[in-house]
Design a protein. Structure first.
Length: 340
């Protein structure tokens, strides 16, 4: 036999307690009262210390203490629980709902049972005078109780589907981020950066502010790998990414273009302001050792800079930028050159 803890856990899974009134449940309570010809009908759930009413007709309250609940007895029985005259049942002799207002005399409750056989509460009808339910009324009351459970199951299914859809949306977002992200540095990958750059360039004519583009190459990166190993090389790339995030604004986009080469798009930034930022990055990198085991090498970068223009195609802009970076490297590296 299932424990009370299992029953309460099942009740919690339906998330029904303390929810607002719903017409679908209210209609069933109204039908129960009509079919059984009683002034009171209740859809109730037995919690650990109370019975709570999802819907009620003729009672005027939403919950009562568990110690005066007739339904708390009903869920311990199998099938329909009927008390034709509560005054003659010793279990309810001292119940204040029977000995005092509203002087309940008749009770019939059909169990609200989960597919696992756990009783959550009842659909019950009550009267202020003793009475007998016909066999047809009992059958219909049990059928209405099954409809209540179908509503509960439908609600749970809808919530599960909503959770699944939410999880799916989150997974799609994560996959989209992964598809646009360089797995080592966490920066935008070449494909994502290219798409963003193309979009920004196409919108230049409708923008009044300038924009600049940096191409950055880590100096002597192959030698760094050869001297210290590929792990230190990876650490150096991560070190670059961390410092770059600190130097550039949240509105700037940093992308790993390939290997040890990076591009940075700086919106609303002319060439003069971009040069200041580029030099800040270059000097910061040159003075900050890579956080690896000794000897913790420092690294320098060569930077090419170009201001985007509506009169120059994107391919021509990237070609000019690449040429400018080449000039910086040919000129001795560890410097920034601006495209003329």
């Amino acid at each position: 036999m299932a424990s009370e803890q299992q029953r309460l856990a099942a009740l919690r899974r339906y998330h029904i307690l303390d929810t607002p009134s719903e017409s679908s449940f209210d209609d069933i309570a109204q039908l129960a009262a009509y079919v059984c010809d009683t002034p009171v009908a209740v859809i109730n759930f037995i919690d650990d210390r109370r019975q709570w009413f999802k819907s009620e007709v003729g009672l005027g309250v939403r919950e009562t203490p568990l110690d005066i609940s007739i339904c708390a007895h009903a869920i311990r029985q199998e099938g329909l629980f009927v008390v034709q005259d509560t005054r003659e049942d010793p279990r309810f002799a001292g119940n204040p709902l029977i000995t005092g207002e509203p002087y309940l005399r008749f009770y019939a409750g059909a169990l609200l049972t989960t597919p696992e056989g756990l009783a959550l509460g009842t659909l019950c009808v009550l009267d202020y005078q003793p009475r007998i339910l016909s066999e047809r009324q009992q059958t219909l009351l049990a059928a209405l109780a099954r409809q209540v459970m179908r509503l509960l199951e439908l609600g749970r299914t809808n919530r599960q589907q909503a959770e699944m859809l939410n999880d799916l949306d989150q997974t799609r977002e994560k996959l989209a981020v992964l598809a646009a992200t360089d797995p080592l540095t966490g920066l935008a990958n070449r494909r994502a950066f290219s798409a963003l750059l193309k979009q920004h360039h196409q919108q230049l004519t409708s923008r009044s502010e300038p924009a600049s583009l940096l191409m950055i190459d880590i100096d002597y990166f192959k030698q760094l790998n050869d001297d210290y190993g590929h792990q230190v090389g990876d650490d150096a790339l991560l070190h670059f990414a961390r410092l770059a995030r600190n130097v550039f604004r949240a509105t700037d986009t940093i992308g790993r273009w390939g290997g040890e080469e990076f591009l940075v798009l700086l919106p609303n930034t002319d060439a003069d302001r971009a040069l200041v930022v580029a030099e800040r990055l270059r000097s910061t990198l040159a003075s900050t050792p890579v956080p690896t085991p000794a000897p913790q090498p420092t690294m320098t970068v060569s930077i090419g800079l170009v201001e985007l223009s509506t009169t120059r195609s994107l391919s021509a802009t990237l070609k000019r930028l690449d040429d400018t970076l080449y000039q910086a490297k040919q000129g001795g590296r560890n410097q920034t050159r601006v495209a003329i």
